[in-house]
Design a protein around this ligand. Structure first.
Ligand code: ZN
Length: 274
């Protein structure tokens, strides 16, 4: 990512550049070797972006070393770990991870990748509770995956049998994303995004859910009407009845292989849907 991506309507937007965990940490090479690899990554991005994002870290010790090195650039550092509510690979609870990232100097702390929006909301809540208790108030950031994966272990969605080539039935809907964005905002998260599995319409759903707080709809809303309102013009009566928030907010979607729990239908070709 670089400044060149920030154009378009509304002018240039701040652009973050990410760096990530190093093979040297897993090999047990120690802090100096890990920080040398961080420096190599930073060399590549630091002059092209407005702030730095440490992401996909599994161990808080490693991200502490990364934060320390990244702060030497003088840039703002956002630090996000790929963990769920049970904490990092070494067993450090999520709340303690957040406190340690903030104490290491990260101006933004949070969670990215590996887990679904529901898990990520619970994880950032645990982080916020611990930060409050420690008297720390960094900005909060969440970038969950766009795949439902409840009940997975520390490897997150990697442990889903469908990973990586049959994940589509687990994809979140835009309405799941509305719910996630609101829950994250209510906890105090102000950098609300998505990671693997998030598509453009998911990101648009975040911006639309936050339209009142932001004082505007996103430019991409020109292309549709939120909450399926354009269905009002559908030529079939029973589809027209799906126009609006009430229908989509209360639908519990099926995976396409079961009857939807809330909206039963008979898929037989003899059955008239109307
Ligand atoms: Zn990801």
């Amino acid at each position: 990512m670089s400044h060149s991506t920030g154009g378009g309507r509304g002018g240039r937007r701040p652009c973050g550049g990410s760096f990530t965990k190093c093979p040297s940490y897993q090999e047990g090479a120690g802090k100096a070797a890990v920080q040398a690899q961080i420096r190599q990554q930073l060399q590549f991005i630091k002059d092209k972006v407005d702030f730095l994002i440490a992401e996909l870290y599994f161990c808080v010790e490693e991200i502490e070393w990364a934060i320390e090195e990244a702060l030497k650039t003088g840039m703002v550092v956002a630090a996000t770990m790929a963990i769920g509510e049970t904490g990092d690979m070494a067993g450090v609870p999520a709340g303690e991870c957040a406190v340690r990232m903030a104490k290491a100097g990260a101006q933004v702390v949070g969670v990215n990748c590996m887990f679904d929006p529901d898990t990520t909301v619970r994880t950032i809540q645990a982080m916020k509770t611990a930060l409050d208790a420690a008297g720390l108030s960094p900005y909060l950031m969440t970038q969950p995956n766009g795949f439902h994966c409840p009940g997975v272990g520390k490897e997150g969605y990697l442990s889903c049998p469908e990973f990586p080539y049959a994940m589509e039935p687990r994809l979140v809907t835009r309405f799941d994303v509305h719910r996630y964005a609101r829950a994250a905002y209510d906890i105090g998260v102000r950098y609300i995004g998505g990671c693997c599995g998030f598509e453009p319409h998911h990101v648009r759903a975040i911006a639309e859910e936050m339209a009142e707080e932001r004082g505007k709809m996103p430019p991409a809303s020109d292309k549709h009407q939120p909450w399926g309102k354009s269905l009002k013009r559908h030529y079939m009566d029973f589809i027209r009845e799906r126009a609006g928030r009430e229908y989509w907010e209360n639908l519990v979607p099926s995976c396409g292989r079961l009857q939807p729990p809330t909206h039963g239908y008979n898929p037989s070709p003899d059955n008239d849907l109307q």
